[in-house]
Design a protein around this ligand. Structure first.
Ligand code: NAD
Length: 718
């Protein structure tokens, strides 16, 4: 009856199904269905065909893929969202008018949800009168994770189908629901085993056609105002807003969605959808939406690279770790947890015991939380072999070195290690500050040597910088990338150089902080301003958490690598505190004082001692800064350094750079990474701000390319 590239409509031919048609989502040449512009248009055509065909008595909606519909086509958002909010709203309103006609068909419809029905996929399913869901499927509206909310009538229909509390929760959290939960919420009408789904859905359609199910009343309920008093709506809204506000101050989507849903509850469908469309137009233009959509696309691009590396690398079936300390223990645990058995060597028996004890603690916690079955935990534990020699190292595909951060020791240990491993074994160093080329110098097979810079704590932090030395082979890089990805990490390939990528870009930011404080800024205000900007912790607090003895050392090493730009500040608060033995949390005090809270976690309080030490450095006296001035002085050097790193080819693409900064140091998600942030501000504005602060020297000097891009109206992300 209709044959499109994403949708087919065909008569159902089973006995007793006369007059029933099937609308099947089956995107040609793809493994999934998604709701792109073409599919929406074909859906419109399909509705026309169904409405015009004589004798059609009911519609079964199905998918020919493993998923139902995974959601909108996010690659289409960029162009669409460049329009003005009113235009965006008009566009969605038009699509809504089109798809609403399905709900208004004078015949029953049943949707068979066989797999993921997310975002637009669930919104489309909500157009049907009835829904049957496979026991293994999942449904949800994850749009808030992209700084958005459902814009195809989803907020309006969910309220009317599942009630306010559920709709609020689903839309504001973005959490997907499994079948039982969706049934309990009333979002679907029946569940079925995967193999029986179509039959059950068809049977339900037949009984609706026979008038045994009041399908028309269900459709009518979605067109009517919600039968709930205004004060009850207000009370639910207040509760939901409270939770949403706590969640994400820079991400207004959840809050806007909740307010719009509450306002629309007293209206009929079409007016409520108008409200939804208008609000959607506004959130689509927020910084959060732009950045989170960009981050999603970056993530897709990075995953594609991982797949390529997996094809080109040596599969890592067995691995080894040198050093059972903080990092080595975490790496071995993560490898075993992800199914790659690992030999962990340390020269100190105590370190091995400590490493295993830590693994045991983590496993016990996961079993307690129900995230791991006890048998699986045992298997993970059994996959870690501890040893004080290198027995069996000749059988491993990759060894990760995580011993002391000392060039001579690493060189000596790794050169010796080459004799214990096979000729093709990849050796990776987890060094945080040494150059891969320097460590590689005495190696017989430098082509097999690569950096794998994990972040602490390893089981939690997703980023791994994979460092390509000048003699590292492409296969060794690919092996490291694929192994890190198999460990559930997000590896980003970077060139060798002081600070690699993430710490390099962080260093001018730290220096800007020290300079600000020397210039008279109150470091507690700087922390508050940067936390309000969106950082998980301000720069002073970050120093305390990292430990300033280590931090200052890493800073020196990296700064020495970029002498033209990163000049150590005189009257340096970090050095002063280190000299006073105030290293941070680990010594009970740094910029702040710490004491254990009832749960044993360090709680910070203002420290008169630290404040006095810092005040003594402020020879020009304390000075007032606005928060905006603080943010500019802190962030610009980071943007400039990111530009340098990209231009020097430290990382291949803006997508990889921003992904690394989001995952490695918690760059505020709503701002999307330094390059996305520069795009959002606009390069002309970045250059203008740099000029405003030009007196503070090279860290505020835009690169020639930044100036050229500003002049051309160019962006980092297209
Ligand atoms: P750590 O001191 O906790 O552990 C080092 C372990 O290596 C110790 O148990 C030590 O006994 C062992 N060791 C020393 N020489 C050895 C040898 N020849 N063979 C086997 N084991 C040996 O140190 P860490 O914090 O885990 O750091 C290890 C490496 O990771 C360093 O290069 C460090 O720069 C890097 N790194 C650390 C962090 C961090 O936050 N701690 C983050 C990223 C990278």
């Amino acid at each position: 009856m209709f044959q499109g590239q994403s949708i087919q409509v065909l008569p159902i031919t089973e006995p007793g199904t006369e007059g029933l048609v099937e609308l099947r989502f089956d995107r040609q040449g793809d493994a999934i269905n998604k709701l792109d512009a073409r599919t929406v248009d074909e859906f419109r055509q399909a509705i026309d065909v169904i409405a015009a065909a004589p004798g059609v008595r009911g519609v079964l909606v199905t998918s020919a893929k493993d998923v139902f519909i995974v959601g909108a086509d996010i690659t289409e958002f960029g162009l669409k969202f460049q329009q003005e909010p009113q235009q965006i709203a008009a566009g969605v309103r038009e699509s809504n008018a089109m798809i609403n006609r399905f709900e208004d068909l004078p015949i029953p419809s049943v949707v068979a949800i066989n797999g993921f029905a997310l975002g637009g996929g669930l919104e489309l399913a909500l157009l049907g009168a009835l829904r049957v869901m496979s026991e293994t499927a999942q449904v949800g509206v994850p749009e808030v994770k992209l700084g958005l909310f459902p814009g195809f009538g989803g907020t309006v229909r969910l309220v009317r189908v599942a009630g306010l509390a559920t709709a609020f929760d689903w839309v504001a959290s973005g959490r997907p629901a499994k079948a039982a939960q969706a049934l309990a919420a009333g979002v679907v009408d029946e569940l079925a085993a995967p193999g029986a789904l179509r039959d059950r859905a068809l049977a339900l359609l037949q009984s609706a056609v026979r008038g045994e199910v009041d399908w028309a009343a269900r459709q009518q309920r979605k067109r009517a105002p919600l039968p709930l008093a205004a004060d009850a709506v207000a009370a639910e809204l207040a509760k939901a807003l409270d939770a949403a506000r706590r969640g994400a101050p820079h991400q207004p989507a959840a809050q806007t969605a909740l307010e719009t849903m509450a306002e629309g509850a007293s209206l009929g469908r079409d007016r409520a959808i108008d409200l939804e469309s208008a609000a959607f137009g506004r959130v689509a233009k927020t910084q959060a939406a732009a950045s989170l959509v960009r981050a999603f696309l970056n993530d897709q691009a990075v995953k594609k690279l991982h797949k390529r590396h997996a094809r080109e690398g040596r599969p890592v079936a067995r691995a080894a770790v040198l050093g059972a300390g903080t990092m080595g223990g975490g790496i071995a645990f993560t490898s075993a947890l992800r199914g790659v058995p690992v030999r962990m060597k340390d020269i100190a028996q105590a370190a091995l015991e400590q490493g295993l004890a830590e693994a045991d603690k983590q496993l016990a916690r996961q079993v307690r939380n129900g995230r791991l079955k006890p048998e699986k935990a045992q298997a993970v534990r059994a996959a870690i072999t501890v040893q004080r020699d290198e027995a069996g190292f000749d059988e491993v595909d990759c060894v990760i070195e995580a011993i002391v951060e000392n060039l001579d020791v690493k060189r000596r240990v790794l050169a010796a290690l080459e004799g214990s491993v096979g000729p093709g074994t990849v050796i990776a160093s987890n060094t945080s500050s040494l150059r891969i080329d320097d460590i590689a110098q005495p190696l017989a097979r430098p082509e097999n040597f690569v950096g794998m810079h994990f972040f602490n704590p390893v089981p939690v932090m997703p980023l791994v910088e994979v460092i390509r030395g000048s003699r590292t082979s492409p296969q060794a890089v690919s092996t490291a990338v694929a192994y890190a990805a198999a460990m559930g990490k997000v590896p980003i390939v970077v060139q060798d150089g002081p600070g690699f990528l993430v710490n390099r870009i962080l260093t001018p930011y730290v220096n800007a902080f020290v300079q600000l404080v020397a210039d008279g800024a109150d470091f507690e205000q700087v922390d508050r301003a940067m936390e309000a900007f969106g950082w998980p912790m301000g720069p002073a607090y970050l120093q305390d958490v990292v430990g300033m003895d280590v931090g200052a050392h890493v800073f020196d090493v990296i700064a020495a690598g970029y002498p033209a730009r990163i000049r150590p500040v005189e009257r340096n608060a970090i050095r002063t505190l280190v000299a006073a033995g105030r290293f941070g949390q680990k010594t009970g005090g740094g910029f702040y004082d710490y004491e254990a809270d009832p749960a044993g976690k360090p709680r910070k309080t203002s420290s008169p001692a630290a404040r006095a030490l810092v005040a003594a450095l402020q020879t020009g006296g304390a000075r007032d800064f606005t928060d905006a001035e603080i943010v500019e002085r802190m962030m610009l050097p980071m943007l400039v350094e990111a530009a340098h790193a990209l231009e020097e080819g430290v990382v291949a693409t803006p997508a990889e750079l921003d992904t690394a900064m989001l995952l490695g140091i918690g760059f505020p998600a709503y701002a999307g990474g330094p390059l996305q942030y520069a795009d959002w501000l606009g390069l002309p504005q970045v250059v203008a701000l740099c000029e405003k602060h030009a007196a503070f020297g090279p860290p505020y000097q835009p690169t020639a390319r930044m100036r050229a891009m500003a002049a051309e109206g160019a962006r980092y992300h297209r």
